[in-house]
Design a protein around this ligand. Structure first.
Ligand code: BGC
Length: 738
């Protein structure tokens, strides 16, 4: 027995000794450095095998090298949940029975939490789902800046401010990648509208590019260490973004040191030579439906497939770029599929549902609450009238590539019923009818929402129901149909669709306990705002929509979200529409507003927004003390601390998002009036005071000097401004950079 034991121990030890490892080829030996493994694997590949790594073999996968045990790469949308499986060559769903995911809140909701811990929670949970489904790359997050409220895809992004988006994207990526799944940040770059998205040429000056549109991508690459990035559909300065020398070769690779893969958007590649020389690594989505382009296999005809091999065979192009691209893909595979220590993930679990609910609850924004009509006190309420199509409409389905097949989706109506019945009666009237079907990619919710009644009939029913209730809660806004919050097309107007404005105005007349919950990923006009005492901004909140909203409305959870974008009164108050250009002319869109995006524009032009960037109320109140600086002089390599006391002056616990803006008082180049450079979300018990501290160094004072082609912090005077929003300024202090 003793002898046997010793043999086993020796056997195990022998197995662990380097001797065994030495027998492995370097690329399979995970004690070896990543680059050594990549180089070794590359040296074993034929030209054909290298090329095969660079293009799709199905709608969402690319080949590995079976001969060498190098696995395939599987992609999935992203960014709010793991997309249902589709057929090999088509967009149609494969009708699996085990691919129903947890739908997480849309990224606007995540941004509205202003809580980096929520970013991490989100990333970890969605990464676990991707891993369990055996995906290599999650096609998200999206960090395109909110330039116009008409952009159909704003709901997939993180708002108008580069600093906020940069801070929120990093922990999301780290969370995803902790599962051995690559995050693929998209859409690089300046993809800020859906109109003409495949062809429009974006012209934006260098400084605006650097200060507004690139920082979140840069943070994703340099701080988040994203393993993949997706090129955008549009052109930038005349070149398609999926093969754009300036963006991909010069900025992404050379300046930022990106060592991951550049993935094309689906169908975003247009030319073999451009793809070879201008920075693309992996081509996806070029004409596959029905295999119409290929004699036997459409994927052979991809720009980076046979056409590439032919150019190599004829000697017209060399193999230097091929090796670089193949190395980038191999590096991706080693980091993910071939990382034997990566966890196994988990799918559609209760824990993920809980994470989704927490993020949703933290992201909901209380925009207005006159006379404290919210929260609803169930003990004092007998009957609640719920009105509006969005109280019952499924929102996890539709909207384009982010469409999901959710394991469950609790509607706002069901959420309220679950929370309040039977003590409180909850009655429902639909009030209006939106689009039935008609979404991009033609996915159907499976919900039959047909209703033949006229607008007048629907309104009459809603008003009758509203009159009899203690509270009226209207759930409206946009949805995931075409020309709403959906990929492939922009909104046609900033107004609410489907007669909702008229309905809201009438509802406000019949019941003064009236709450409007706007569900959207974009700002909408609110011509009825003065007649409506309470307004809540809900985003697309995913599986836990109804539970999260009910928790906020009845006060189980104190609202703590703030807007990640400005809410202009009207479309012409938004800079892209005030000075143009949108959607461009003759195939070109010029970002003439330059740096003045969102609150930067409102500040500069003194245009009062309906609701400011950073605005959001609570059921408690906060008082700010005076801002104090650890010193009023900062050296170029030094730091100073800006601190402010914040007290919860109300009667319940709540969280406040304290915002630091910096104003450059004098500069050689014009600067926005102020810019967000810090934020902290703090939770306070009633009566509690905390000191919130921000560290300021010269990097927060920089602007991009396009003449010098570098970031500079000019000596001079600056203000550190503390606000509860971009317009609710509480206190400030001045300092100078020496
Ligand atoms: C979208 C991407 C998406 C891809 C794959 C494209 O149409 O722009 O965001 O990841 O499809 O579904």
């Amino acid at each position: 027995m003793k002898h046997l034991l010793i043999t086993i121990i020796m056997g195990c030890a022998g197995w662990m000794l380097p001797l065994a490892a030495q027998e492995l080829p370097v690329y399979l030996d995970d004690t070896q450095a990543l680059e050594a493994r990549v180089d070794d694997a590359l040296s074993r590949l034929t030209t054909e095998e290298k090329v095969a790594l660079l293009h799709a073999q199905s709608k969402f996968s690319s080949a590995g090298v079976a001969r060498l045990g190098i696995p395939e790469v599987w992609m999935t949308d992203g960014p709010h949940g793991i997309r249902p499986e589709v057929l090999w060559d088509e967009w149609s769903q494969a009708e699996w029975t085990n691919d129903s995911c947890i739908a997480f809140p849309a990224l606007t909701a995540l941004a509205a939490t202003w809580n980096v811990e929520m970013g991490r929670k989100y990333g970890v949970a969605i990464g676990e789902e991707a891993r369990y489904r055996n995906k290599t790359v999650l096609l998200g997050p999206g960090v395109n800046i909110y330039r116009t409220p008409l952009n159909g895809r704003n709901f997939e992004y993180m708002g108008e401010d580069p600093f906020l988006a940069s801070k929120m994207v990093v922990p999301y990526i780290q969370g995803v990648q902790s599962n051995g799944v690559a995050a693929c940040v998209k859409h690089f770059a300046v993809n800020n509208q859906e109109t003409d998205r495949g062809s429009v040429d974006v012209q934006v000056d260098e400084r605006t590019l650097r200060e507004i549109y690139l920082p979140a991508f840069k943070a994703a690459v340099q701080e988040g260490k994203a393993w993949a990035i997706m090129g955008a559909y549009n052109k930038f300065r005349g070149e398609h973004c999926c093969h754009n020398d300036y963006l991909l070769n010069q900025i992404l690779r050379e300046e930022w040191g990106f060592d991951g893969v550049v993935v094309s958007d689906w169908g975003g590649v247009h030319d073999t030579r451009e793809a070879i020389y201008k920075g693309l690594d992996m081509e996806f989505g070029s004409w596959t439906d029905g295999l119409s382009w290929g004699a036997s296999n459409a994927y052979d005809n991809y720009y980076l497939a046979q056409p590439y091999l032919k150019l190599i065979a004829s000697g017209e192009v060399g193999t230097e770029e091929l090796d670089e691209k193949a190395k980038n893909v191999l590096r991706l595979i080693f980091r993910t599929e071939m990382d034997r220590s990566r966890p196994f993930g988990s799918f559609a679990t209760e824990a993920h549902g809980k994470a989704a609910r927490e993020i949703a609850q933290e992201g909901i924004v209380l925009l207005k609450n006159d006379d404290h009509i919210l929260p609803i006190d169930p003990a004092k309420t007998k009957k609640i009238a719920v009105i509006g199509e969005n109280a019952i409409k499924m929102m996890t389905v539709g909207g384009g590539s982010s469409s999901l097949k959710a394991k469950y989706e609790i509607s706002p109506l069901d959420g309220l019923r679950q929370r309040l019945e039977p003590d409180v009666e909850v009655v429902y009237a639909r009030g209006y009818v939106g689009d039935v079907g008609g979404s991009y990619n033609n996915v159907s919710t499976g919900q039959d929402l047909t209703d033949d009644r006229s607008e007048a009939e629907m309104m009459a029913e809603a008003l009758a129901v509203a009159k009899t209730a203690d509270y009226v809660i209207f759930f409206g806004g946009l949805n995931k149909s075409e020309h709403q919050d959906s990929e492939g097309a922009d909104r046609l107007s900033m107004d609410l669709p489907y007669n909702q404005d008229a309905l809201i105005a009438e509802l406000a007349k019949v019941n003064e306990n009236f709450v409007v919950v706007n569900i959207s990923g974009n700002a909408v006009t609110m011509p009825w705002i003065n007649q409506t005492p309470a307004v809540v901004q809900s985003w697309y909140l995913g599986s836990e929509t109804g539970t999260a909203l009910a928790a906020i409305l009845v006060g189980d959870v104190n609202p703590s979200g703030k807007l990640p974008f400005s809410y202009p009164v009207k479309l012409s108050d938004n800079s892209a529409h005030a000075v143009g250009d949108y959607p461009g002319t003759d195939g070109v869109v010029k970002y003439k507003e330059g740096l003045l995006v969102g609150y930067r524009w409102h500040d500069e032009k003194n245009i009062e927004p309906l609701f400011s960037f950073g605005h959001g109320l609570s059921y408690t109140t906060f008082q700010y003390g005076k801002a104090a600086l650890s010193s009023n002089a900062l050296s170029a390599d030094g730091q100073l601390i800006c601190s402010v006391e914040v007290t919860n002056t109300g009667r319940r616990a709540g969280s406040e998002i304290v915002q630091l803006y910096i104003a450059d008082k004098k500069s050689s180049l014009p600067r926005p009036v102020k810019e967000l450079k810090g934020f902290k979300k703090v939770k306070l018990e009633p009566g509690e005071t905390v000191t919130v501290e921000f560290t300021i160094d010269a990097s927060l004072l920089q602007f991009y000097d396009d003449q010098m082609a570098q970031w500079v912090a000019e000596p001079g005077k600056f203000d550190a401004i503390i606000g509860a929003s971009a317009t609710d300024i509480k206190t400030s202090a001045s300092f100078s950079l020496k």
